[in-house]
Design a binder for this molecule. Structure first.
Ligand code: TGC
Ligand code: FAD
Length: 390
């Protein structure tokens, strides 16, 4: 049974609107009812629980901030963040699916797509009838996506697409892929590639110890004929995919708090119940130090992230602020998983508790959407004006 109680040490709820709380609570209840009972099994079996797609759409997790006329919920950025927080409280892999669908598939179609593309894809993505994925990373170009070799050639009626992407969340079952490729002039373009196009395949990546309840794979393009109407017409260059990453990284910053909250809450409850040397381990100073530091770090993360949400609502959040927040929160959450795991002793390594699963998941979260190092260098560049990437 999921006994989760969310920590709110500094009464952050008082800074949220009624709509924020409504959206957050609905997602929280849905996670308790639908995700918590099945997630451990899905993770052990390394299967994405596809039956959750309908419910994810119903709680508004697919394109929460997309306008109503395209099928979205037209919520603000704080509501989006709170949905991601609650989903990742359940599992990072479930949040990943919602992040990719919202920020990496619906967002570029909404921001860079034609009116025809928006009408064709967005409503179906909002209901989960279509699932999308986002192909930026390549075998030889991860942190440095600007070096990509996947390419398109103009063949008059269509573009001929060749190359490969790897580490792509949801690729094995996605209906469409947003693919970034270079044209003959070396300019990066976004394309909508549909499952079923000849020469397009999506082999699954097996053997992951992290994000096991999320399906990851490749995108392979062997002379795929992509109709010209499938190119995203309104933005190109590396700034186009990086713009999507800003939105996804923002959601991850909230999500990481959810995973941290779940571990803290689990460890706090366990420490009050577990008796050693004749008393609850919660009464021991060493365990109190761990718990006190956890709630302090969660509280700090809640506040910078809420503030980032306010700035994002006002369209004032910078790439560097988003990087700082994603980096801080994921590291904070990962440290909390490790401390919480120790509080549970041997029980901490079992699937009876969510801690080890969160810990393993966060090893991906600290790497994808820009590694921990890359986000530090983004902050470094922002404050010094010196580019240390190259
Ligand atoms: P750089 O020269 O800095 O920039 C190239 C062009 O992009 C512009 N730009 C941005 N535009 C919009 N938003 C941003 N955040 C932007 N950042 C930069 C920039 O102004 C420039 O424009 P222009 O017009 O001058 O060309 O690029 P760089 O090659 O030096 O690379 C910079 C770096 C390293 C920060 C960047 O490439 C980077 O962020 N690397 C990390 C890669 C990454 O995060 N990959 C994520 C893949 S997707 C993923 O992981 C999904 S996980 C999904 C899940 O399951 O949740
Ligand atoms: P590399 O770039 O090879 O980095 C290796 C190490 O070198 C890292 O520690 C890095 O910090 C360091 N490093 C690299 N450059 C520098 C530098 N300039 N200075 C200092 N250190 C540096 N990608 C997608 O496009 N779509 C997806 O849906 C997606 N989903 C993913 C799901 C999972 C489970 C995982 C694990 C990854 C996913 N990714 C996805 C890919 C992810 O974005 C990349 O793994 C990430 O950007 C890092 O690239 P890389 O793995 O090639 O590492």
């Amino acid at each position: 049974m999921d006994l989760f109680q969310a920590p709110d040490y500094f009464k952050l709820d008082e800074l949220l609107s009624e709509e924020h709380k409504l959206v957050r609570n609905a997602t929280r209840e849905w996670v308790k009812k639908e995700v918590s009972p099945i997630i451990e099994d899905a993770c052990q079996k390394a299967e994405f629980p596809k039956h959750l797609i309908k419910g994810l759409a119903e709680v508004g997790a697919f394109g929460p901030y997309i306008p109503l006329n395209y099928g979205g919920a037209e919520l603000d950025q704080i509501s989006y963040g709170l949905i991601m927080q609650e989903l990742e409280r359940g599992d990072s892999g479930i949040r990943s699916t919602a992040s990719v669908q919202s920020s990496l598939v619906m967002y570029p179609i909404w921001k860079y797509g034609s009116e025809q593309q928006k009408k064709k894809y967005l409503p179906k993505l909002a209901t989960g009838e279509f699932i999308g994925c986002f192909g930026l990373t390549e075998p030889d170009f991860g942190s440095n996506p600007g070096g990509m070799v996947t390419n398109i050639k103009d063949e008059g009626d269509f573009f001929l697409l060749n190359g490969a992407k790897m580490w792509i969340s949801n690729s094995p079952f996605a209906d469409i892929a947003i693919v970034w490729a270079k044209n003959e002039e070396g300019r990066i373009k976004g394309l909508i590639v549909e499952r079923g196009m000849e020469g397009f395949s999506t082999p699954e990546t097996h053997g992951k110890w992290s994000l096991r309840a999320s399906s990851t794979g490749e995108l392979v393009f062997d002379n795929v004929k992509v109709p010209k109407e499938n190119i995203l017409p309104n933005k190109d260059g590396l700034g186009a995919p990086l713009g999507c990453l800003d939105s996804a990284r923002y959601g991850i910053a909230w999500g990481a708090i959810g995973a941290a909250m779940d571990c803290y809450d689990t460890a706090l409850r366990y420490s009050k119940e577990r008796i050693q040397f004749g008393k609850p381990i919660a009464s021991l100073q060493l365990q109190q130090k761990k718990l006190a530091e956890m709630i302090t770090e969660i509280t700090k993360a809640q506040f910078i992230t809420w503030r980032l949400g306010v700035l994002k609502n006002e369209d004032r959040a910078t790439t560097a602020q988003i990087s700082m927040c994603k980096r801080n929160n994921v590291e904070m959450a990962l440290k909390i998983t490790r401390e919480a795991r120790q509080i549970l002793g041997g029980m901490g390594i079992t699937g009876e508790y969510p801690i080890m699963r969160h810990m393993m998941n966060l090893e991906s979260v600290i790497t994808y959407e820009g590694t921990h190092d890359i986000h530090l260098l983004i902050t470094g560049l922002d404050i010094t004006g010196q580019n240390a990437f190259k």
